[in-house]
Design a protein around this ligand. Structure first.
Ligand code: ADE
Length: 221
């Protein structure tokens, strides 16, 4: 898979691609991640990419031309274009699964006070990572890229994500523990030390249901 991230601030992604699982996924050629500064595509002699909003209002708005030209230059028949915006559809694990099967993703990070609405016409998906407003699309782009890359076959052990929260069963993950069996008076549940795998699986399922009821009853509907 190839992921092209369109951003004015490529340096924000430095640690993202140079550490841990994402770094390894890139090294092992499971994914290619490129950062494209759409300022390089502006026709403005001073490098401007934004302008004041029609109708008035605070701040500057990303203009069509640099982003349109950038997307037109890199898009192919296999590309899916994602525009990150707090006005998008809420991002879910199911979307991460679907997107992890694509060949080429183009992720556009908005910034400043927003973007010219006509930029939406370039997008196959308008995505929000949650009901809060961030300073730009860079952190959301990392959220998307991370959640998608870990699902590409071979990136992590598949059994590591079969039990993920928010899979098709809509249950939160069960609790896990490691050594020691008791820490500051807090004990690991007996069943996990029993070696009885059928009992352990039943216990894990019950705990998942209990957690989901307590913390995310909305998932059980
Ligand atoms: N840009 C700013 N806030 C955002 C959000 N919540 N989701 C996606 N893009 C954003």
């Amino acid at each position: 898979m190839k992921i092209d991230i369109l951003t004015l601030f490529p340096d924000m992604f430095n640690g993202f691609i140079t550490e841990s699982i994402i770094k390894r996924a890139i090294e092992n050629k499971h994914v290619e991640v490129n950062f494209i500064n759409f300022r390089d595509y502006t026709n403005d002699p001073h490098g401007k990419v934004d302008d004041t909003p029609y109708g008035g209002g605070a701040g500057m708005v990303l203009a069509c031309q640099p982003i349109f030209d950038c997307v037109k230059a890199i898009r192919t028949a296999e590309s899916k274009v994602i525009l990150l915006t707090p006005s998008g559809v809420p991002y879910k694990q199911k979307m991460a699964y679907d997107l992890s099967k694509e060949k080429h993703l183009i992720i556009i990070c908005g910034h400043y006070e927003g973007f010219d609405d006509r930029i939406e016409t370039l997008a196959d998906y308008l995505i929000s990572i949650g009901d809060y407003v961030l300073t730009g699309g860079e952190v959301p782009a990392m959220v998307l890229a991370d959640s998608i890359i870990r699902l590409i076959p071979g990136v992590i052990n598949e059994s590591s994500h079969l039990n993920d929260s928010f899979n098709e069963n809509y249950l939160l993950d069960y609790p896990t523990f490691t050594k020691p069996a008791e820490y500051e008076g807090l004990k690991v549940p007996e069943v996990l030390i029993s070696g009885d795998h059928q009992k352990i699986n039943e216990w894990r399922y019950q705990e998942s249901v209990k957690r989901t009821k307590e913390r995310r009853p909305d998932l059980l509907k």
